[in-house]
Design a protein around this ligand. Sequence first.
Ligand code: MN
Length: 191
Amino acid sequence: MKITLNELPFKKESLGKLFSKEALDFHHDKHHAAYVNNLNGMIKGTDFEKMSLEGIIKKAEGYMSQNAAQVYNHDFFWKCISEEDGNEPGEKLRKELRKYFGSYDTFIDKFSQAALTLFGSGWVWLAMNKDDSLEILQLPNSGTPITLDKKPLLCIDVWEHSYYIDYRNDRAKYIEAFMQAVDWEFVSSNL
Ligand code: MN
């Protein structure tokens, strides 16, 4: 089965406050697409061709697993973004965030800080453990909760390719804009 480059779940022109169309042309059509193409090139003619993306992430090693994780992570990342801003989490998620981080505002601070201080490239996640507890994961490179058997709820891509066109070197400004654009309905749906 060929791994597909999923369409963005929003119009490229609609995210003005977070990403420009140019940034998305590169991030989705070049970077995300490259991970898909690399992966398809590697799984061709192997048993991995019969596996799901998550199966490949778990079973493969090294470069193949890393490319599969990057495909998964980007698919998930795009879904975390809403075309409308000013979204806030509903009561159920708020309660969970209070329980594990003190408050919604404290969670935003901790998640933002984790995204800011991840040295080099990587991903920051809100994930759920087997005992239903929530935790912030600061994972370098192609890190993904899938290999840790944790359930992803939210992620931010802090690879430089995610913000360099619109924010240049200002990762903090990018993180702030991202937190304003989170699709909390999607995050809640992962609980
Ligand atoms: Mn990326």
